[in-house]
Design a binder for this molecule. Structure first.
Ligand SMILES: Cc1ncc(COP(=O)(O)O)c(C=O)c1O
Length: 434
């Protein structure tokens, strides 16, 4: 028998396992070589249709030529300028651009970061500093990152916290309206958002003194938990509650931001304006960057109280400007909204056909398909879910997992209808073989 030689991808995966921290979360052995628009090629030259956008990052498509051009031009000028200590026009321009697109027509200030978790750390510190209160409210099912404050705010998987205690003191979690699995066993709208009453009547009366709470941290749509879209009135009511008690309303748009939800920011869909907004992922078309943006009067803290060497890196700033300009020029939120509706319709039809599709939900091009053992008991079906992810990969379609067993569908927002339908057909053919 001729021994089959190992592929380039196999060799990369093997070396990765030897050299790199095993804490990364890989669902299938994809070793990426390059990407273009909505496609990825692996190290052996196999082409994939990307329904992940590199985890909601490549909204403007992989290797977007306008972003690449801006990066090249800036890289030739200077790669690093130490934003902690020196000024740069490109950084000011990026702040101006970000301020102009984020919700709220008021004066703002921007703190640049290098990742989502850092944006949340900044918001956490800023909220404490501004309010001179130490407690925070966050939601069950939330994911805000993996450094200490953001990890403490998160409550999606016990694995994220296991053996990392002690966490940051002062965070209380309260139920999020995950209506498919309502923690109160109720149904919307008859529930009248019992989850918010629970926060006010139980948490704030029995556990967490409201005059010690600095802020509520919330994702407009929970990402890591499986694209959980709350009822539309939820955020308005939550913000009202924040106002009543003097809490800052901090919205984590790291995954929902930059046109993914069919709106530039999902806060617009819910009709709310955050006091502080955290950003990252798609902000710079694929370069590592994040930002924490607040009302101007909130971000008043002394030099040195918060800073970072790479903060506002000039190449990342150039990429952010080009990426935001591209999103605006192409009105990518419109494509996300139109194809998102089409996707929801198609996937809801599949839900009728298969007993193991428990729920289909989403907004724009962020759609969750929850895999269960059967519709009645809603028990997560981990085996079928893992097979689905793997079989799709084998058929050239990249999907993302989330929650206990929810498939996330989040292609680059430049995807055409034809490409999107092609991906959905592959998805459907994978379901047939499960
Ligand atoms: C809503 C949200 N917040 C924060 C983060 C953390 O971002 P990062 O992985 O860049 O630290 C993520 C990442 O998935 C996220 O989805």
């Amino acid at each position: 028998m001729i021994k089959k030689s190992k592929s380039c991808s196999d060799k990369i995966v093997k070396k990765d396992h030897e050299l790199i921290s095993p804490s990364y979360t890989r669902s299938y052995p994809l070793a990426i070589d390059h990407g273009e628009r909505v496609y990825i090629w692996d190290a052996d030259g196999k082409k994939y249709l990307d329904f992940t956008s590199g985890i909601a990052v490549a909204n403007v498509g992989h290797a977007n030529p306008e972003v690449v051009k801006a990066v090249k031009q800036q890289a030739e000028k200077i790669l690093h300028h130490a934003g902690t200590d020196f000024y740069a026009e490109i950084q000011v321009k990026a702040a101006e651009k970000i301020s102009s697109v984020t919700p709220g027509r008021f004066r703002k200030r921007v703190f640049f970061t290098n990742s989502g978790t850092e944006s949340v750390e900044c918001a956490f510190k800023l909220a404490r500093y501004y309010k001179k209160r130490m407690r925070m409210i966050a939601f069950l099912g939330a994911f805000h990152g993996r450094t200490y404050a953001s990890m403490t705010l998160s409550a999606a998987k016990i694995l994220h916290k296991d053996h990392f205690a002690p966490l940051v003191p002062g965070v209380t979690h309260t139920p999020f309206p995950y209506c498919y699995r309502c923690p109160f066993g109720l149904e919307y709208p008859n529930c009248r958002l019992r989850c918010l009453d629970y926060l006010e009547d139980e948490i704030l009366k029995k556990i967490t003194p409201p005059d010690e709470v600095a802020a509520v941290f919330v994702e407009p749509i929970q990402g890591e938990e499986g694209y959980i879209v709350p009822p539309k009135e939820f955020h308005k009511k939550l913000k009202k509650l924040c106002k009543k008690y003097g809490f800052l309303y901090v919205v984590d748009e790291i995954q929902t931001g930059f046109a993914r939800s069919g709106y530039m920011f999902a806060s617009e869909y819910f009709g709310v304006t955050p006091d502080i907004i955290t950003l990252a992922k798609a902000i710079a078309g694929g370069l590592p960057m994040g930002a924490c943006v607040s009302r101007k009067e909130i971000m008043e803290w002394p030099p040195g109280s918060h800073a970072s060497t790479f903060s506002g890196n000039p190449v990342a700033c150039a990429a952010a400007i080009a990426s935001i300009d591209y999103i605006k020029k192409k009105k990518l939120w419109k494509n996300a909204e139109r194809l998102g509706k089409l996707g929801l319709k198609y996937l809801n039809e599949l839900k009728e056909k298969y007993e193991f599709i428990g729920d289909v939900r989403g907004l724009g091009l962020m759609i969750g398909v929850e895999i269960v053992k059967n519709k009645e008991r809603k028990e997560p079906d981990a085996k079928r879910y893992k097979k689905l992810l793997f079989d799709a990969f084998k058929k050239g379609l990249l999907l993302l997992g989330s929650g206990s067993t929810t498939i996330r569908i989040a292609p680059p927002l430049v995807i055409t209808q034809e490409e999107f339908e092609k991906g959905l057909e592959i998805f459907s053919s994978v379901l047939e073989g499960l």
